[in-house]
Design a protein. Sequence first.
Length: 267
Amino acid sequence: MNRLQNKVALVFGAGSSGAGWSNGKAAAVAYAREGARVVAIDRIEQAAQETVECIEGEHRQALALQADVTDSASVAAAVEQAVRAFGRIDILHNNVGTTVMGGPVELDEDVWKRSLDVNLGSVYRTSKAVLPHMVRQGRGVIINISSLASIRWAGYPYFAYYAAKAAVNQATVALAMQYARQGIRANAILPGAVDTPLIYREISSQYSSVEEMRAARDRAIPMGKMGTAWDIANAAVFLASDEAAFITGVCLPVDGGQSCVMAGGDR
């Protein structure tokens, strides 16, 4: 299918933090496979370029850009480059996020502020830069990648991440309601335990081994196994498409049923 034919998708956080498929990289490729022209944006330009090479290897069109989502000027410059290249922006996909372990007692205040700036501030800055273009077009879709940790205890002591991602959910609702009459939809995806390169960098230290981490995360899922980046990407494609034209303001768990059980996680 070509559900996104002639659309332009901006994916912030389109690179991968290691070998394999990150949520952002998979989303960028999935959008391209559905006919969208993709602007892959990442703090590390080479990571964005690797995603673009995957897309171009499938004979699709994409552009790699570097931007730091904690810097408004950097974000605005990337958005303007995208508009100059493709003329419009139909989909804004916010995939940037980071975890840091610790509660209020353990967290340094600068680390706390940094976590909010990356996880929540990124949504503010990208929306600020993209929304005027969508308003002028009279349509657009914003998809924010939140987390199941925004509504459930995930089993990890990352206070700042819980707080920031919960705020992303309500920010998504606010965007959806404020811009609904202007043809702009906004939804959030809440991934549960997903097997991506990020967990090996940021979460594996909470376990005695990688094998223990995988086993524990699999056990936490009612369906018996962690999800993949493609599960998140497929949900994003649906929400970005006209098939979801009457869906806005939704925070959608994609979690194998994990949000339906009493515990949000299993360490």
